[in-house]
Unconditional design. Structure first.
Length: 390
């Protein structure tokens, strides 16, 4: 059995009571003007704007501008920002060589390696000023989807697809990935998915980025560490696992028995529960309606029916705070677009780059080295014994 998240003990030296918050749960380490989360009420805001308004009325470029610059843009500002993102899509030729060199690795490992290598070709790399960090963040927002799409083609023996300057960020990513322009519904749903994943406070990957930025490392180092943190299945793997679960269930009629078996064995049901939310994840509803519509459009409505059957079977556990989260529906969106399962987490990263960037910008604004303590509970002082006397 694992230890609880809170432990109380006494120090040997001063008899002072120390409270250990394992995993730093519930610990506030700084202030932020970017992301507000009320886990009990199921509320999420970016810069004061409800995620419901942003998912329903905004688009990724506009939300990205809001996160990075603090306010919603005017039409002229948005057009200029979208043009800046499009102009930054090109990758140095050497990055394609790096991707080819590691093409057999998992896409998250390829992404981490390529982002780290990008620093070599950025003239701003060593400039850690807020202005240069913002420029680099905008470029990385444009280039990360290029890396993911290029790797998908290279590992399958194809040449990467060039970006389409007519297409917005989400639609262009789908185009580069598949080689064909997506339907309006598919593009809009991917755009919503990116808006929903763009920022989420001090989660594991964002905290990793801030820890690295706190050492005065540059943005590439911070985002490389964030990608590494996101690659861990405890943080970024839910969407991939939900799709596997849906395939295992196979039919809506099997969902209730599947849930009963998992719960009886004290095993998690993928896509339910969240470290922060006790109510339903506010992002989930925006993917639910889109999945229903897209699954019908693609002629595969049974996937949506399976998910809804699982939701119904899980209703008795909602009172315990085990509710559906955003990743419950995301995996089916990717699957319906013909995207490989091992690309689900890289797509999460594509949407999160502006969030990581703004977390780093806040960190360097009033920087402090993040250096928590661990309470020693090892052996008492003992004498060193030479090796021949042991």
């Amino acid at each position: 059995m694992g230890r609880s998240t809170t432990e109380k003990t006494l120090t040997d030296e001063s008899n002072e009571k120390i409270e250990i918050q394992r995993g730093l749960k519930g610990v506030y380490f700084d202030r932020s003007r970017v992301c507000y989360i009320d886990g009990r009420a199921g509320e999420l805001r970016y810069r004061g704007y409800s995620i419901h308004d942003l998912a329903g009325r905004s688009a990724f470029e506009e939300t990205c501008y809001l996160l990075l610059k603090g306010e919603l843009p005017t039409r002229a500002q948005l057009d200029a920002f979208a043009a800046e993102l499009k102009a930054a899509r090109a990758l140095p030729a050497q990055i394609y060589d790096v991707i080819r060199l590691v093409r057999s690795a998992h896409p998250m490992d390829v992404l981490r390696t390529a982002v780290s290598a990008l620093a070599t070709f950025d003239t701003d790399a060593a400039d850690k000023s807020p202005e240069a960090t913002l420029r680099k963040g905008i470029r990385l927002t444009a280039q990360v989807p290029m890396i993911v799409a290029a790797h998908e083609h290279i590992r399958n023996g194809r040449e990467p697809v060039a970006p389409n300057p007519r297409l917005d960020h989400a639609a262009n990513f789908l185009y580069m990935l598949t080689g064909r322009e997506p339907s309006a519904e598919a593009a809009r749903l991917m755009d919503i998915d990116m808006v929903l994943h763009a920022e989420h406070g001090s989660n594991a990957s964002s905290f990793a980025a801030r820890v690295v930025a706190g050492t005065e490392a540059d943005l590439y180092g911070a985002i490389t560490s964030a990608i590494a943190a996101l690659a861990g299945p405890a943080h970024g793997g839910a969407a991939e696992n939900v799709m596997r679960m849906a395939q295992e269930i196979g039919d809506p009629a099997n969902a209730a028995a599947y849930v009963r078996t998992r719960r009886a064995n004290k095993e998690p049901v993928m896509g339910f529960g969240h470290r922060v939310y006790r109510a339903e994840d506010p992002r989930a509803r925006h993917m639910r309606a889109g999945v229903e519509k897209l699954s019908r459009e693609m002629g595969q409505p049974h996937w949506y029916r399976i998910l809804e059957a699982v939701v119904e079977a899980m209703k008795p556990y909602a009172r315990h705070g085990v509710n559906v989260n955003v990743d419950f529906y995301s995996g089916v969106v990717y699957f319906l677009n013909g995207i490989s399962e091992d690309l689900f987490v890289p797509i999460f990263a594509i949407g999160r780059v502006p969030g990581w960037t703004v977390q780093v910008l806040e960190q360097i604004e009033n920087n402090i080295l993040i250096r928590p303590l661990t309470l020693y509970n090892g052996p008492e002082p003992r004498e060193y014994v030479p090796i021949d006397a042991r």
